[in-house]
Design a protein around this ligand. Structure first.
Ligand code: PGA
Length: 254
């Protein structure tokens, strides 16, 4: 019922020319049948969006386009920011909200993330709401408290219908870019916890919301993660920068 989603977060990597080449190389490695089974998403930096959008349209690719960040206001005096409307007009269909790097390095709060989620939905795009605990929180056994509150605050004020259309990514911060991944069992349990948290507030919408795991996902560990009932895909950083490894993540069952 929930279609798998494999999303590449390219972070601050690739010039617009490299981004274009990357998406072309990825498309050569995928077959039409792959897209029936999995939604394939790439999130280049802002400067790469236009070139990737053009190649997707010109070559009629089924790869979807996402952005890594946006502001929550429609327009205004916000130097350096990009609005949801600017992204939706560029055929962007997903926007990551509240990635731990945005929270930790750029000071995004749960309140800002919630405003962003609403603004993304208002523009007809799908938010990918990120949550996850630090290593210290995990050691102090505060994982569920932390992740539960990020999910509740991130979804505050939304309708069940909106929540059902969304994506939530559980990404333990200690596993991001470190090569340390959560075990498939731990990741699966946390994604079940996220779904239960959604169910407490939004009932059946929890059956439809897609939940991704992120944090050092690689071709060697994805199959075990995807076998978990409540993991509907992956949000991938490092391994999405190599078209061969990204293609094998998309085709995780092979
Ligand atoms: P990683 O990044 O795959 O390089 O750990 C994941 C993410 O930050 O979304």
């Amino acid at each position: 019922m929930r279609k798998d989603l494999i999303a590449g977060n390219w972070k601050m990597h690739t010039t617009h020319l490299e981004a274009l080449q990357m998406v072309q190389k990825l498309s050569y490695r995928l077959d039409p049948g792959d897209y029936e089974r999995v939604d394939v998403l790439v999130c280049p930096p802002f400067t790469g969006l236009r070139s990737v959008q053009t190649v997707i349209e010109t070559d009629n690719l089924q790869i979807q386009l996402g952005a890594q960040h946006c502001h929550f206001e429609e327009k205004g005096a916000f130097t350096g920011e990009v609005s949801p409307q600017m992204l939706s007009k560029m055929s962007v269909s997903y926007v990551i909200a509240g990635h731990s790097e945005r929270r930790q390095i750029f000071g995004e709060t749960d309140e800002m993330v919630n405003s962003k989620v609403k603004a993304i939905l208002a523009e007809g795009m799908t938010p990918i709401l990120c949550c996850g605990e630090t290593e210290a929180e995990r050691e102090a056994e505060q994982t569920e408290e932390r992740v539960g509150s990020q999910v509740r605050l991130g979804l505050q004020g939304l309708t069940a219908e909106q929540v059902a259309s969304m994506v939530i990514a559980y990404e333990p911060i200690w596993a991001i870019g470190t090569g340390k991944t959560a075990s498939a069992d731990d990741a699966g349990d946390m994604c079940t916890f996220v779904r239960n948290t959604v169910a407490e507030q939004f009932g059946e919408a929890a059956d439809s919301v897609r939940i991704l795991y992120g944090g050092s996902v690689k071709p060697g560990n994805i199959a075990g993660l995807m076998a978990k009932r409540d993991i509907d895909g992956a949000l991938v950083g490092g391994a999405s920068l190599d078209p061969d490894s990204f293609a094998s993540l998309v085709r995780y069952w092979i």
